[in-house]
Design a protein around this ligand. Structure first.
Ligand code: BDP
Length: 646
């Protein structure tokens, strides 16, 4: 097997001789989506080969839908007030059956927690994918719209199977050409293919498009000609794609144009686009901003900029906030904007692609990271999950045959979808479902692999960024250790900005004696964060002899964390080797090869980091700890111009 079938393999439950036939009856609708639900069940049941006969009914109810997509499953009966609910119900039933549960025992009553459950593709029209580690763009831009690959159906089907219902098809660092008629035709071809699967298409819009492609001299959001241009452009999009979802905008961030170029606010920019779209869709405006001229702690800038705009955004604007205040690190505290903008619709943005967690070569199951953030109490009347109204994930898919570059990265796509549907799902349930559907439902296999998955993200934290360290990755590509880098143009692009290590201590003081980023949180939450040792160096600058709760000094604790990460990865390798009898040789080998790379690179992370901390603190490694394999300058000399995804 090559991984193409993802978690939708429907591996047989019975052998061919025992197999009994199943029938599927569709009642109350004959829409393309309802028919897909029926076909999906027919195909799935045939592949699963139930050992007893089954007569499944899919019933569209006449009652109005409470929430689009909600459904009920009661054994062989699936019902929903919406066509898409029938499709979700069909996938849910197959998911349960696929884990070996008896048909009669399956009872589900589900509704999605959020109406918008979106993937953000960072794909460029030339086929390159920013931070993509699974080959070229999944979209065949060159041949669209005349040729829509069958893969686009399989992609939509995979998304629908976990409830994803929106796709931004291009990079937030957007090219204006995406709004030209030629590209609108391509977007339309995708939208037409995705529509029956309940997926709407969105486009990342470049704010300066009226100048870039519209022949205007300005993109000022208050200029009438600019407003008219966007209105006409939006109408053109809706003429081609009647259910077009809307725009995603990265403005005045990392060199992208925006309303501030004209002395206007983010709200002015977002509201101008929102007026053009009207009731037809939404504008998703990103809060990921930090400016070169701004000397404020980078972790504070989005809050400083956006919080005062609460209440100023139009009702069809959603402000999209990254899960943490810096940038998709292996561990960050939740972003302080969650809970702090009660009059604004907020979306949370996770990164499914592992830009800072070892690309596709390192195994890191991200559900525990997503869960940690979603479950965090904001101290402002609810958890993060309760304070957002939409959820987005930066996609990890590409043209690779197995979709995500590594087999285990499929689990992160799956986990994102499952949590977007229900943010309360525990990570271990998600891991178990995915592993059973993707590899094997054998209990011995699951007993070994589920815990391996659950511990994998913490292992990455341990060997890359223990105890609250962040952004110590190599320049540009963000692969491998480079805590020593100090020569980049902007201070906040340098790892030294984040760890602030010197002879006396290490860590970023974000308390009242430092940047006071802590004050952006509710007071009791600030207290809790300050007491959290896993975030020690995120919030505090402490001496190397700082006493940890373990009784050891920080200098003694650090190497133990790196070692723990390395040891976990070694155990993952052993666990995986033992699973060979349960899995086809091709996928087993592929994962084993990556785990070998990870074991090697976890050591590289540990040794390079310790060599540097040792040099900067002037301390020898604690007794009993082996010296790094190479001297510091060897690690510093490593270069990776060929690293993908930059
Ligand atoms: C950072 C990436 C960069 C993205 C940026 C963003 O390094 O490539 O453009 O985020 O989210 O993580 O806009």
């Amino acid at each position: 097997e090559d991984g193409y079938r993802l978690w939708l393999r429907n591996a047989p439950l019975a052998d061919a001789a025992q197999h009994k036939s199943a029938t599927v009856t569709l009642i109350g609708s004959d829409s393309p989506t309802a028919r897909l639900a029926r076909d999906e069940l027919q195909r799935g049941l045939a592949e699963l080969r139930l050992a007893s006969t089954a007569a499944i009914t899919l019933r569209k109810l006449a009652t109005p839908a409470q929430r689009e997509g909600a459904f009920r499953v009661n054994g062989a009966k699936i019902s929903s007030a919406s066509d898409i609910g029938l499709l979700y119900g069909a996938f849910a039933l197959l998911r349960e059956l696929g884990q070996g549960k008896p048909l009669a025992s399956i009872k589900l009553d589900e509704a999605p927690a959020y109406t918008l459950r979106m993937l953000n593709h960072w794909d460029d029209p030339d086929g390159h994918v920013e931070r993509g580690y699974a080959g070229r763009s999944i979209f065949d831009w060159w041949h669209l719209p005349d040729r829509v690959d069958v893969r686009m159906t399989d992609y939509a089907r995979a998304n629908a199977s976990v409830g994803i219902n929106g796709v931004v098809i291009n990079n937030v660092n957007a090219r204006a050409m995406m709004l030209e008629p030629r590209y609108i035709a391509k977007a339309k071809a995708l939208a037409d293919r995705f529509r029956p699967w309940g997926i709407r298409v969105y486009v990342s819009a470049r704010f300066s498009a009226p100048r870039d492609i519209g022949g205007l001299t300005t993109a000022d959001p208050l200029d009438p000609a600019v407003r008219a241009w966007w209105k006409a452009k939006t109408d053109e999009l809706y003429a081609a794609i009647p259910d077009f979802g809307g725009f995603l905008v990265k403005a005045n961030s990392e060199g992208q144009p925006g309303p501030q170029d004209y002395g206007r606010s983010h709200a002015d920019g977002a509201n101008m686009l929102a007026a053009a779209i009207g009731a037809r869709g939404v504008v998703i405006w990103r809060a990921f901003v930090y400016a070169a001229e701004n000397k404020e702690d980078r972790a504070k800038q989005a809050f400083t900029e956006f919080q005062p705009l609460d209440g100023k955004f139009a009702s069809n604007v959603i402000v999209q906030v990254k899960n943490g205040p810096i940038d998709f690190q292996p561990r960050e505290p939740f972003h302080p904007l969650f809970g702090a903008m009660p009059k604004t619709q907020l979306a949370i943005e996770f990164q499914i692609t592992k830009e800072y967690l070892g690309f596709a070569s390192h195994l890191a199951f991200l559900a525990p990271l997503f869960e940690e953030v979603l479950d965090a109490d904001t101290g402002r009347g609810g958890t993060v999950a309760e304070k957002v109204s939409a959820i987005a994930g930066v996609a990890n898919t590409g043209s690779d045959r197995n979709w995500t570059g590594s087999d285990f990265d499929q689990a992160n796509w799956y986990a994102f979808g499952r949590l977007a549907w229900n943010p309360r799902l525990p990570s271990d349930q998600i891991a178990r479902e995915w592993a059973a559907l993707t590899f094997s439902r054998d209990p011995a296999f699951l007993r070994a692999v589920v815990p391996m998955m659950l511990g994998s993200r913490e292992a990455v934290v341990d060997y890359m960024t223990p105890l609250g360290l962040a952004h110590v990755m190599g320049t540009g590509h963000h692969y491998g250790p480079a805590p020593w880098v100090a020569d980049l143009d902007r201070p906040e692009w340098n790892p030294v900005y984040y760890h602030r290590a010197d002879r006396d201590g290490i860590g970023f003081d974000r308390t009242g004696t430092g940047s006071d980023a802590l004050a952006q949180y509710a007071p009791d939450v600030a207290k809790r964060l300050l007491a959290d040792e896993e975030l020690l160096l995120w919030f505090r600058h402490v001496p190397w002899d700082y006493r940890m709760s373990s009784g050891r000094t920080l200098w003694e604790e650090l190497p133990r964390r790196y070692d723990r990460g390395v040891a976990t990865v070694d155990r993952m390798g052993v666990t995986w080797a033992e699973q060979a009898p349960h899995i086809d040789a091709q996928r087993h080998r592929a994962v084993a090869d990556f785990l070998k790379i990870q074991a090697h690179e976890a050591r590289w992370w540990r040794d390079a980091s310790l060599a540097y901390w040792s040099a900067i603190s002037g301390r020898a490694l604690p007794p009993g700890h082996a010296a790094p394999t190479h001297p510091l300058n060897w690690y510093q000399a490593q270069r990776f111009p060929e690293a993908p995804g930059q």
